[in-house]
Design a protein around this ligand. Structure first.
Ligand SMILES: Cc1cc2nc3c(=O)[nH]c(=O)nc-3n(C[C@H](O)[C@H](O)[C@H](O)COP(=O)(O)O)c2cc1C
Length: 428
C-alpha cells in the first residue's frame, strides 16, 4: 500500500445496496437505428484460428448465458460462433474476412449478408491492436484448414495475408464515409472502430473528419499498448502503442473537447481482469471494458506462451484437435460465465461500498493513486480533463492538444506540415 502506483477506491459512510450487477450501457448514436444494450464487461476480439473451435464455442456459450458480447476477432464468424447464439460483435480487419472479394478487397454484398445476421449486434472496424499496431500478418497455407477457410471466405490451403493497413479507405474523411456505408449496409447497427493510439495527429485528424462530415462511429474501442496477442514480435508487444491509461485519456478528452462525447461511446481493453480494473477504467472515462486474456484464463490458459506454435497445452490457442478436444465446452462455458458474473458482482460490492449504484457514476474523484512514498492523489488531480467543447472554442492548455490539434487535417493521416518541415531541416 505504500509503494508508488498503488491504487484504491474510496468508500462512503452512506453505502448503498446493489441487487443486480448486470450493468449495461446503450451503444448507438443518433445515426444508428438498432442501438445495442451491452454489458459493461465483454469478451475482447480473438479469432477462430488464434483460438480453437472448442474455445470459441465456450466463450460464446458463456456470453449467451451471461448476456454479454463476444467479439469475433478479425478471423470473422466461424461455425463455432453460431452454435450457442451468444451476441456477436463482428470485427472487420484489413483482410476483410467474411466480406472480401477474391483479391482481398472489401465486398459490400458479402458484408451486408453477414452484418444483417440477427446474432451480429455491432460492427467493429479494426484499425490496430495494442500488441502489434501497424503489423500485418500471414496465416500460412498449412494453417488454412477447411473450417478456417469457411469462416474467412478464403481458399483452403493458400497463404492468407492481412495487410498492415486498410484498402477500403486511405484518409480520415474516407474512413468516416466507410463507417457510414457499413451502418447503411448493416441495416443501421452500431458501427465503430478499435484502435491502439499511435501518432496523436492521426487520431485528431479522424476526430476533425467526424466534425466536418457529421459522419462518425457509434463507438470506439481503445486498446492499450499492453494488449495481448496470439503471435507478434516481442519488440512490438513491448515497445509500440500508447498504454491504456494515457490512450483512454486522450480519446475521452478529445471527444469531450470536440463536442462529440455524447454521441460516441468508448470501450477499453488492456489487462482488465477484476472489478477494480473495470472501476478505474470507467472512472477515467470508458463506458465499458473488454478482456481477452482474462477470459482465456477462465478457459484454462496457463500462459504457456506457445500460442504461435500450435502446441498450446491447454487446448485454448491451437488448431490441433488432439489438444483442443480436451477443452470441455460444458465445463469451460460455465467458467466463462462465472468469471464474468463474479467479476461484476465484485464490482457491484465495491460500488455499493462507495455509495454508488452504477459504474457509470464513477468519476476521477473516486480513485486514488499513491504517487510517492509520502504522497497520494486522486485521478481528478493527477490527470487533465478537458471541458466540453474546449477544443472548438480555442486552444487547450493541454500540451498534446497545443502541439497537434490545430494542425491535424481531416483529409490526411500524414504528420502536420510543420513537423515534416522541421524534420527535413534537421536532415539538411
Ligand atoms: C489470442 C489473442 C488473439 C487476439 N486476436 C485479436 C484479433 O483478432 N483482433 C483484435 O482486434 N485483437 C485481438 N487480440 C487483442 C485483444 O482483443 C485485446 O485487445 C488485447 O489482448 C488486450 O486485452 P487483454 O489485456 O484483456 O488481453 C487478441 C489477443 C489475444 C490474446
Amino acid at each position: 500500500m505504500y509503494a508508488p502506483g498503488h491504487e484504491w477506491i474510496n468508500h462512503s459512510l452512506r453505502p448503498t445496496h446493489i441487487d443486480d450487477s448486470d450493468f449495461r450501457v446503450q451503444i448507438g448514436g443518433s445515426l444508428c437505428s438498432q442501438p445495442y444494450s451491452a454489458s459493461v464487461f465483454n469478451v475482447s476480439a480473438m479469432s477462430f484460428g488464434s483460438l480453437s473451435g472448442n474455445a470459441i464455442e465456450s466463450l460464446n456459450a458463456g456470453a449467451r448465458k451471461g448476456g454479454f458480447y463476444h467479439d469475433t476477432g478479425e478471423g470473422s464468424i466461424s461455425r463455432y460462433h453460431r452454435i450457442h447464439g451468444g451476441d456477436l460483435v463482428w470485427e472487420i480487419g484489413s483482410g476483410y474476412f467474411g466480406c472480401r472479394h477474391d483479391d482481398g478487397s472489401f465486398n459490400e454484398e458479402r458484408f451486408a449478408a453477414n452484418a444483417r445476421d440477427e446474432q451480429v449486434k455491432m460492427i467493429e472496424i479494426k484499425l490496430s491492436q495494442g500488441a502489434k499496431p501497424g503489423h500485418g500478418g500471414i496465416l500460412p497455407a498449412a494453417k488454412v484448414t477447411a473450417e478456417i477457410a469457411e469462416a474467412r471466405e478464403v481458399p483452403v490451403g493458400q497463404d492468407v495475408v492481412s495487410p498492415a493497413g486498410h484498402s477500403a479507405f486511405s484518409t480520415p474523411l474516407e474512413l468516416m464515409a466507410f463507417i457510414g456505408r457499413l451502418r447503411e449496409l448493416s441495416g443501421g447497427k452500431p458501427v465503430g472502430f478499435k484502435l491502439a493510439i499511435g501518432h496523436p495527429w492521426e487520431w485528431f485528424a479522424m476526430v476533425k473528419a467526424m466534425r466536418e462530415t457529421g459522419q462518425r462511429p457509434d463507438f470506439i474501442v481503445v486498446d492499450g499498448g499492453e494488449g495481448g496477442t496470439g503471435a507478434a514480435p516481442l519488440e512490438f508487444i513491448n515497445r509500440l502503442g500508447v498504454p491504456l491509461t494515457e490512450a483512454l485519456m486522450l480519446a475521452h478528452n478529445t471527444l469531450v473537447g470536440a463536442g462529440l462525447r455524447e454521441e460516441i461511446k468508448i470501450g477499453a481493453a488492456g489487462k482488465i481482469t477484476s472489478g477494480f480494473n473495470i472501476a478505474r477504467t470507467m472512472a477515467l472515462g470508458a463506458d465499458w471494458c473488454n478482456a481477452a486474456r482474462g477470459f482465456m484464463f477462465s478457459l484454462g490458459c496457463i500462459q504457456a506462451l506457445n500460442c504461435h506454435s500450435d502446441k498450446c497445452p491447454s487446448g485454448v490457442a491451437t488448431q490441433d484437435p488432439s489438444r483442443s478436444r480436451h477443452l470441455d465446452v460444458a465445463d469451460k462455458s460455465e467458467r466463462v460465465y462465472n468469471f464474468h458474473h463474479n467479476t461484476l458482482k465484485g464490482l457491484a460490492e465495491m460500488l455499493a461500498a462507495a455509495g454508488l449504484q452504477h459504474p457509470a457514476e464513477l468519476g476521477p474523484e473516486h480513485i486514488i493513486r499513491r504517487v510517492s512514498t509520502d504522497e497520494i492523489q486522486s485521478y481528478d488531480k493527477l490527470f487533465t480533463f478537458l471541458k466540453p467543447d474546449e477544443l472548438l472554442n480555442g486552444n487547450s492548455q493541454h500540451t498534446v492538444f497545443q502541439n497537434y490539434w490545430e494542425e491535424a487535417r481531416s483529409d490526411s493521416f500524414l504528420p502536420p506540415a510543420q513537423l515534416a518541415e522541421l524534420r527535413l531541416t534537421k536532415l539538411r
